[in-house]
Design a protein around this ligand. Structure first.
Ligand code: MN9
Length: 298
């Protein structure tokens, strides 16, 4: 039986927060509803975009519960549970299984210590057992420079591990990872501005921050690529990247939250110590987005 679980476009959901850090439950539902309408097949929650690593366990559990409830079985909810303390990660893993998430994901431990491959493998084994759910590794900057292909080869031998969200830009390694396990491995593209590159090297799906605000365009790109229309896929990637460039320049999470607010979804503030956008910068973002046609042509 194939283990390929993800096929298509999954926004890395921003976490809508009040200024005091409490989760705006209605807004979680509103942002998910908006993106379901535009073709999302589920959500990756509490990752980098979702600010999970800087939220408290309570914030993270409330976000996950709100997402599972709003999802109502329609798509996949993938909960990123990586945390500074592995005990917190285990607790989040258990909670994900209890409340009915569909999969969990985690960065490798840890920001502060360099663990051996065997220690890291033990970590993934324990979060898989604690959750009882499929596990998707998250390869990002902490794995840059490591032999990510042989690491994934070892990781795929652990029961429950089904693939990797690959947020590195070494697409040669991505292609080699997709060849592991006879191709029966979920490889998910991380860098939104290079989705077409990931698909070219065999990625099954994409998870990304800017999908929150351009889901329809990303789904069209994914479909164009799937039917072999590379020219159309490239044109869509270029169009998307005009907006991505603006988002990156002004700060990814705060700018996406502002864009959602403009479209009637109250995505609220970013986590402390992230600063809010000032009124002048908001006006400038609006003008820049208008200039590339975001309000009419996306
Ligand atoms: O994994 C995100 N990567 C990080 C997804 O957050 C490190 C991407 O969606 C980026 O935010 C996006 C903009 O650079 O590609």
């Amino acid at each position: 039986m194939s283990n390929i679980l993800l096929k298509g476009i999954y926004p890395a959901l921003v976490t809508p927060l009040n200024d005091d850090g409490t989760v705006k439950k209605e807004s979680v539902g509103a942002i998910m509803e908006h993106n379901f309408k535009n073709g999302a097949l589920g959500y990756y929650i509490c990752g980098t975009t979702g600010e999970g690593p800087v939220m408290t366990l309570e914030q993270r559990m409330k976000t996950a519960a709100a997402a599972v409830e709003a999802n109502a079985g329609r798509g996949l909810i993938i909960n990123h549970i990586g945390a500074a303390s592995p005990f917190d990660a285990l607790e989040l893993a258990r909670h994900s299984g209890e409340i009915g998430c569909d999969a969990i994901s985690s960065v490798v431990p840890n920001f502060f210590y360099k663990y051996s491959d065997n220690e890291i493998l033990e970590y993934y084994k324990r979060i898989a057992d604690a959750s009882g759910l499929p596990v998707i590794a998250y390869a990002q900057s902490m794995l840059a420079g490591a032999d990510v292909v042989s690491f994934m080869d070892k990781l795929m031998k652990i029961d429950g591990v089904i693939g990797v969200k690959f947020t590195l830009t070494d697409f040669y390694s991505m292609g080699r990872i997709k060849a592991l396990n006879g191709g029966d491995i979920n490889v998910i593209n991380g860098p939104d501005e290079m989705l077409i590159c990931g698909l070219s090297m065999g990625a099954d799906a994409g998870i990304g921050s800017t999908y929150n605000v351009m889901c329809k365009q990303y789904c069209a790109l994914y479909e164009a690529f799937g039917r072999g229309d590379t020219d159309a896929a490239r044109a869509l990637q270029r169009k998307i990247n005009r907006v991505v460039e603006i988002i990156i320049r002004h700060g990814v999470i705060r700018t996406i939250k502002f864009m959602l607010c403009e479209q009637g979804m109250d995505a609220g503030s970013v986590m402390f110590p992230g600063a809010a956008l000032g009124e002048a910068e908001k006006a400038s973002i609006h003008c820049e987005l208008d200039a590339v046609g975001y309000y009419n042509e996306y």
